[in-house]
Design a protein around this ligand. Structure first.
Ligand code: LRY
Length: 228
């Protein structure tokens, strides 16, 4: 799927909504995720992010905005679109942008990030979003050819503390490095004010997942508040 530069530019300053249900959860069906993604677009999402090949396919049919696709395989270490094989499958499922683990950790297929991104670029038309966990990751991902840089793995890869809300310090540090790639703030952005703060820290666009699309978590937040 070719994403014209103007389409990417249209995401500047905008909200991207991630719709994901986890293994065993009631909403973990592609139809449901595509419906949630379409609902988010009605609310103003300029792009959506979904997990799994079927979710990418269904969501492509349900929305007209760019679709960021990923494939989670496992749940620790390198598990977000961990190999070139996973990434190419996500692109072939219709994702305009493929989000992959963009850290410097060893990958399950033994390929480095640069080789992985080169293979995706050579074999598909998708852009590559590198889900990073640190400033060093971001530098490395740009060097490796990533088209977009995400802070998705800040607090999950061992290099950064898991902040309560978004890791605004990392967002600001990557923005200050002027890497000449769109910086996507992602991870633990739970309120409109935090989303605004991420943009003000220098992000190009902001991804919100849990706080919009994960009712079990949101319900839990209210439940905890009432029981306190
Ligand atoms: C670390 C990891 O596995 N992140 C995943 C990446 O796709 C998702 O589980 C998150 O929901 C997504 O990044 C959006 O973040 P938040 O749900 O915090 O708004």
């Amino acid at each position: 799927m070719i994403l014209e530069p103007a389409v990417l530019e249209a995401l500047r300053g905008r909200l991207i909504v991630s719709a994901q249900a986890y293994p065993g959860e009631p909403m973990r069906t592609p139809t449901t995720m595509a419906q949630i993604a379409a609902s988010a677009v009605i609310g103003g999402a300029a792009a959506v992010r979904v997990q799994g090949l079927a979710d990418v396919q269904f969501t492509r049919s349900a929305v007209e905005v760019p679709v960021i696709g990923l494939w989670k395989d496992g749940h620790e270490g390198v598990f977000i679109t961990p190999t070139a094989r996973h990434a190419i499958a996500v692109a072939n499922a219709g994702a305009h942008i493929v989000a992959i683990d963009g850290t410097r950790r060893p990958r399950p297929d033994g390929l480095d990030l640069k080789t992985t991104i080169t293979m995706i670029h050579e074999q598909t038309h998708a852009l590559v979003m590198a889900d990073c966990g640190s400033l060093k990751d971001a530098f490395n991902a740009v060097e490796a050819g990533a088209d977009l840089i995400g802070t998705t793995l800040a607090g999950y890869s061992g290099e950064r503390e898991k902040t309560q809300g978004p890791d605004l310090d990392l967002i600001a540090a990557i923005a200050a490095a002027e890497l000449d790639r769109p910086l996507i703030a992602e991870g633990r952005i739970h309120t409109p004010a935090q989303a605004r703060a991420a943009l003000d820290a220098g992000a190009f666009a902001v991804v919100v997942g849990t706080a919009i699309t994960h009712p079990a978590s949101i319900t839990g937040w209210f439940d905890v508040a009432l029981r306190a």
